[in-house]
Design a protein around this ligand. Structure first.
Ligand SMILES: CC(C)(COP(=O)(O)OP(=O)(O)OC[C@H]1O[C@@H](n2cnc3c(N)ncnc32)[C@H](O)[C@@H]1OP(=O)(O)O)[C@@H](O)C(=O)NCCC(=O)NCCS
Length: 164
């Protein structure tokens, strides 16, 4: 007998500077382990970080909501024309329910519609969840020492199955 994973279907939106507080609250709620995986260290000055992301209008911040609560955030940080670096976090008690996968799909779909070509993600080799998600979207993953870099070719990915 197989036990189906309970999938949650969140609502997505593009976040604006007036959502800063919600994003800071989400980061403040994370466990030490999630903070470690997200920031690859025990980073704590979330206010400064979130403000700096929103201060550059070329960056795009995506939010996943469940029952009106922000449960996931993905920042696509502008690197150069058509190229972004992503970073993502889902609240601890919402992890493992498909929200991260769907949020990545939503961001890829939106970035692609804006003409973006490349999305990059950096992580540690022991971050099995983000690496599993990267494989779902056919990211090219290269790991050296304590860092893995994934490159997504946005124009070649079909995300429809993850959005329905
Ligand atoms: C990484 C993160 C965003 C993923 O979001 P999520 O909602 O938990 O992810 P999902 O539920 O959509 O998918 C997780 C996948 O990892 C897989 N996974 C989990 N543990 C695994 C393991 N030990 N080995 C292999 N795969 C694993 C799951 O099976 C799932 O894949 P599936 O849907 O094919 O079964 C979330 O866990 C998080 O916020 N982590 C802390 C911050 C972080 O690591 N950010 C990424 C670096 S920037």
């Amino acid at each position: 007998m197989s036990i189906a994973k309970p999938l949650i279907k969140p609502e997505f939106k593009i976040l604006r500077p007036d959502n800063e507080k919600e994003v800071i609250d989400l980061y403040n709620s994370l466990s030490s382990e999630s903070i470690y995986y997200r920031f690859r260290g025990f980073f704590k000055d979330f206010e400064k970080y979130v403000r700096s992301v929103f201060s550059d209008s070329r960056n795009i911040v995506y939010g996943a909501y469940v029952d009106g609560k922000l449960v996931g955030v993905l920042e696509a940080v502008y690197l150069s024309d058509g190229c972004y670096e992503m970073a993502i976090a889902v609240r601890d008690n919402y992890q493992g329910k498909g929200i991260g996968t769907r949020l990545v799909a939503y961001a890829i779909n939106d970035l692609r519609s804006r003409g973006a070509k490349t999305l990059i993600a950096n992580t540690t080799p022991d971050n099995y969840r983000i690496l599993a998600i990267s494989r779902k979207f056919h990211g090219v993953i290269k790991c050296m020492y304590d860092e893995c870099t994934t490159i997504f070719n946005l124009q070649a990915i079909n995300v429809d199955q993850f959005l329905n």
